[in-house]
Ligand binder design. Structure first.
Ligand SMILES: Nc1ncnc2c1ncn2[C@@H]1O[C@H](COP(=O)(O)OP(=O)(O)OP(=O)(O)O)[C@@H](O)[C@H]1O
Length: 234
């Protein structure tokens, strides 16, 4: 059974406003799904709908009841009054996690070279450091599904490589990952399946071959599935 099945007839931010429509996809355990699409195509809105954060939704999100989810937003969100480590302690208390989760958090922070800064406030970190802190915060609870919006934003090449290794490790251990990204060539290389979003709907979905064929991308390049214009210009 799929970990999550998203079936949206239409959804938006205001009543009678349809930002996304006719969306139907599911994600299985251990599957790495790449969501691609131009600016304004509806990727983040689809993620919000899937996480139940959109005020107006006609359709249903069928979740496997026992499974857990973590979301890494496009822009880091921290509490001003908590140090980085206090964020981990806070999430640990709220979600009733175990000591081993905190140990895993330290491992992640060590890999991301943040371990020496954990008692500082994230607002004093660089963009990339803030992003890495968010990634560690989402991963340390070992969720069944990890949803990441633009995971590579602001990361230096070394950190990008570390994150790719971590994503791979998580997937091997059975975590499902939905990754929304503009780094299409990386997505093409690492993802098991793809969702191509255009004009608020899924233009193509499935394995690389399926998606390329649905888009008529004969050059074998996932980039060719994207229209050249920005959504807002149409
Ligand atoms: N909070 C909001 N309130 C109203 N409309 C919004 C809101 N957030 C996004 N939208 C609109 O929804 C549409 C889809 O935006 P969305 O953020 O889902 O695109 P995206 O594919 O994630 O784009 P990007 O690649 O630029 O992040 C856009 O027209 C945008 O203006």
């Amino acid at each position: 059974m799929a970990l999550i099945h998203v079936k949206i007839k239409q959804a938006g931010y205001k009543p009678n406003e349809s930002i996304i429509s006719n969306i139907d996809f599911s994600i299985n355990r251990g599957e790495l799904v790449g969501m691609i699409g131009n600016n304004g195509a509806g990727k983040s809105t689809t993620i919000k709908a899937m996480l139940g954060e959109l005020p107006f939704l006609e359709g249903k999100i069928e979740k496997n009841e026992d499974s857990s989810y973590s979301y890494i937003p496009e822009r880091p969100i921290y509490y001003d009054e908590l140090t980085l480590w206090e964020h981990f302690e806070f999430v640990c208390a709220v979600e009733q996690l175990q000591e081993e989760n905190l140990e895993y958090a330290k491992e992640l922070l060590n890999v991301f070279r943040l371990i020496d800064r954990i008692h500082e406030f994230p607002s004093t970190f660089s963009k990339g450091m803030q992003q890495k802190g968010m990634i560690a915060l989402a991963m340390f609870s070992k969720p069944d599904l990890l949803v990441i919006d633009e995971p590579f934003m602001g990361l230096d090449p070394g950190s990008t490589k570390l994150l790719l290794d971590m994503i791979d490790q998580e997937r091997v251990s059975g975590t499902a990952i939905l990754m929304c990204t503009h780094i299409v060539d990386t997505a093409q290389r690492i993802c098991d399946s793809f969702l191509v979003v255009e004009n608020g709907t899924i233009k193509a979905s499935g394995t690389l071959d399926e998606v390329l064929s649905q888009c008529g991308a004969e050059d074998g390049n996932l980039y060719s599935c994207l229209s050249l214009e920005d959504e807002g210009d149409e």
